[in-house]
Design a protein around this ligand. Structure first.
Ligand SMILES: Nc1ncnc2c1ncn2[C@@H]1O[C@H](COP(=O)(O)OP(=O)(O)OP(=O)(O)O)[C@@H](O)[C@H]1O
Ligand SMILES: [Mg+2]
Length: 272
């Protein structure tokens, strides 16, 4: 049993008392061409906890995540209706800057995707894209790199090889780096789409520990196919099926006392 297992299923008092939701959707529908991938999704996601998003392949988990930073719009032929409110702001308002939104709402993918440049430059990549070159002094940049790498528990491993290529790192280290490079942009929401699926058992455990460490400071939504992982790391769990949200509740309730037959079948592994 790892440390993440023992501490995570209880919502902290701080999270409990936070009445505001970080992410809310209302009547959210999404079509790829004529195919409707999200159907009337109404969901409220809290800050300072980890929300797991589960459901069979193709049910729309990635699509829903991609609505939260409007990345779906990069795909052709996508139509979205309904509302998405992040930190009390409608992200479809005409005055919303996509670049600001994507700084606030960072995303980590299934396969770690560091750029084939140095570890140091990877951490600062977002800052380089989003701010003019002279915004930060060399010392400030060094400090941002150290702080981000410490936050993801990677500093001790890489502090003597910051100028080496990030692609030399192990997959687990690369995934930590992909999380680290979001941090200088001061995100409030971190979306994780099956962040452990490319890792070995040890890597999975370390990333789960890290995500648990980060949760107080951020709103984390994590897609996972691993029911054990959903139980270990999340405080709330959303079960989706065919583009709809079937159930959303405290993780232990969803697993031990599901309200819907489909949820029960899925969490007990009887769903195809
Ligand atoms: N860019 C796209 N163009 C057309 N259809 C798409 C696109 N992306 C996803 N879909 C379809 O939308 C549905 C939902 O896909 P999505 O990737 O969101 O599911 P998922 O729950 O993340 O699945 P998985 O667990 O396999 O990752 C699927 O039927 C998929 O084929
Ligand atoms: Mg997916």
């Amino acid at each position: 049993m790892n440390t993440a297992t023992t501490q995570t299923n209880e919502t902290t008092p701080a999270a409990e008392s936070a009445t505001r939701y970080s992410i809310q959707t209302d009547g959210l529908n999404l079509w790829y061409g004529k195919f409707q991938a999200l159907k009337d999704v109404c969901v409220s996601i809290k800050p300072s906890i980890i929300t797991a998003l589960i459901g069979p392949s193709g049910c729309g988990k990635t699509t829903l995540l991609r609505c939260f930073n409007r990345i779906n719009e990069r795909y052709e032929n996508v139509t979205t209706t309904g509302q998405v409110t992040i930190l009390e702001k409608n992200i479809y308002d005409s005055n919303v800057s996509l670049s600001e939104l994507r700084k606030t709402v960072g995303m980590v993918f299934q396969r770690p995707n560091p750029l084939p440049i140095s570890i140091y430059k990877n951490v600062l990549f977002g800052i380089r894209v989003h701010t003019p070159r002279s915004t930060f002094t060399r010392d400030q940049r060094d400090e941002m790199v150290e702080s981000a790498l410490r936050d993801v528990q990677l500093w001790d491993d890489v502090k003597d090889m910051l100028r080496k290529k990030a692609t030399l790192l192990s997959l687990e280290q690369q995934q930590k780096l992909c999380i680290a490079r979001l941090l200088p942009l001061k995100p409030r929401v971190i979306l994780m789409d099956e962040p452990c699926s490319a890792l070995d058992a040890e890597g999975v455990e370390r990333i789960e520990e890290l995500v648990n460490e980060l949760r107080e400071k951020y709103t984390i939504v994590m897609v996972t196919h691993n029911m054990g992982q959903a139980r270990r790391v999340s405080q709330e769990c959303i079960f989706m099926l065919l583009g709809e949200i079937i159930e959303h509740g405290k993780t232990l309730d969803v697993f031990l006392n599901p309200q819907h037959k489909d949820t029960e079948m899925y969490v007990t592994g009887r769903y195809g």
